[in-house]
Design a protein around this ligand. Structure first.
Ligand SMILES: Nc1ncnc2c1ncn2[C@@H]1O[C@H](COP(=O)(O)OP(=O)(O)OP(=O)(O)O)[C@@H](O)[C@H]1O
Ligand SMILES: O=C(O)[C@@H](O)C(=O)CO
Length: 424
């Protein structure tokens, strides 16, 4: 089997977002958790998304894990590797987008790498190198208050230049609008000047299709699901992949259902408020989580007797001011890690109590949960909201399970009930 596309995602929700996009574009796709073993038997697929938890870890570790994933993918005959980053370019001046891109570029010998987080379906567009989230520049969007990587600069040429050892260029929208040949020429010109990567503007899906055609001729690209869309459509339109019907529809799983929220995004806070109308919601006390295991135990004691009546939601999510106060007392990373691990412990307890349908909000939170449940991979099912599919766990010790891993900013106000309706 020849894999048409290999992807390395820097978090698990981002990976399922990408796997969803590729599936909808007609690529048979599997999402794998962590760098797979050499002898992993793959089903017949066109694309593999290797999910790492490398967005917020130390840059050197992110580089070594991404390199290991790239080696595995190239060893399976993959020609093009997409490094999947967040559509809001989540990163700090220390990385990890720049360092990982530099390392993968050095490994494959790419000239100039095309980079875009544009994903118009979810309101992420890039113009003159500036990222917009809906109608506002990134630095004015809720991402300015992100608990782990507050985004204060919308100009991605500058943002990436601070993280990368290569110079960063721009391929502007006017060039993209002139078509693939114009993009090829601009990229060749940048590469000839020794520029190792370029932010490329994209506002509409048709821009991503143009970008995908050019990117697919190269060895490496960096982007969010929009780049995946462009690559997938290019692979189909050039006949390299025969499109398959989208969305695995397996048998119903049944079992108890629960939701966990560790994302503090505005979208998730609104979704939790809406869920309060239809299910019991427990708000965790972050101070007590950092203090020890009793808060996670309290959550499980609260949930167990309620589960038979219907789904429950357990949330650590808080407003930016409350998050800032916790971080000031305990440190950003220590607070985040303690809360993620508490959520993972709660997920484990819920599965022991019979939960087989689990919805998790937040990328880091999802990473901690999926690792704790030791789920090796997922088949992609129907789409709940843009960027969020139903996932069927494969090879999990708990047996059949459905999950939804929601990126913090994704989904409409009724996301939790929308998900439960589709997770049978
Ligand atoms: N009340 C809280 N106070 C401080 N930190 C919190 C609180 N609740 C959650 N956190 C931490 O905030 C971080 C949220 O990151 P996470 O990736 O889960 O969500 P997100 O960034 O909104 O989602 P995504 O990465 O998908 O966009 C986690 O490290 C989590 O543990
Ligand atoms: O690209 C996005 O916005 C998401 O897939 C994601 O990575 C958020 O964590």
């Amino acid at each position: 089997m020849t894999l048409a596309l290999g992807c390395i995602a820097d978090d698990y929700t981002g990976a399922s977002d990408l796997a969803n996009t590729l599936t909808r574009a007609g690529l048979r796709t599997v999402q794998i958790i962590g760098v797979p073993a050499d002898d992993l038997a793959l089903p017949e697929v066109d694309a593999v998304v290797v999910s790492l938890k490398s967005r917020s870890i130390e840059a050197g570790l992110a580089v070594s894990r991404s390199r290991a994933a790239e080696t595995w993918l190239r060893g399976r005959g993959v020609g093009h590797v997409l490094f999947k980053i967040c559509s809001t370019f989540d990163s700090t001046d220390a990385g990890n987008i720049g360092p990982v891109m530099d390392a993968l570029r050095a490994d494959c010998g790419e000239g100039a790498v095309l980079v875009t987080p544009a994903f118009p379906e979810t309101g992420r567009t890039v113009y003159q190198g500036n990222l917009f989230v809906g109608a506002v520049p990134l630095s004015e969007s809720p991402l300015k208050d992100h608990p782990l990587n507050p985004m204060h600069d919308s100009n991605l040429v500058r943002v990436l230049a601070r993280q990368s050892s290569t110079q960063i260029g721009l391929v502007d929208l006017a060039t993209v609008a002139r078509g693939a040949e114009a993009v090829r020429a601009r990229l060749a010109e940048l590469a000839a000047r020794g520029i190792g990567a370029a932010i490329i503007d994209a506002v509409f899906d048709r821009d991503l299709e143009t970008i995908g055609l050019v990117a697919a001729e190269h060895l490496l690209s960096v982007g969010a699901s929009g780049m995946g869309l462009g690559l997938a459509r290019a692979l189909v339109s050039t006949g390299k992949v025969k499109p398959a019907p989208s969305g695995e529809t397996g048998a119903a799983v049944g079992g108890l259902a629960a939701c966990l929220a560790g994302s503090c995004s505005q979208a998730t806070l609104q979704q939790i408020a809406s869920a309060e109308r239809i299910m019991p919601v427990l708000h965790l006390d972050p101070e007590r989580i950092v203090a020890g295991a009793a808060e996670a135990q309290r959550a499980l004691d609260w949930a167990r007797p309620r589960l038979a009546e219907g789904p429950v939601l357990i949330a650590s999510s808080a407003t930016p001011d409350a998050v800032a106060a916790v971080q000031a007392r305990h440190g950003r990373d220590a607070a985040g890690h303690a809360i993620e691990q508490a959520m993972a412990g709660i997920a484990e307890g819920l599965v022991q109590a019979g939960v087989r349908r689990l919805i998790v909000a937040g990328g880091e939170t999802s990473g901690a949960v999926v690792d704790r449940l030791k789920i090796p991979g997922f088949l992609v099912g129907v789409e709940i909201a843009a960027g969020v599919p139903v996932l069927r766990a494969v090879g999990a010790s708990s047996g059949e399970m459905l999950l939804a891993l929601k990126s913090g900013n994704f989904g409409g106000p009724d996301f939790f009930s929308d998900a439960l309706r589709l997770m049978r």
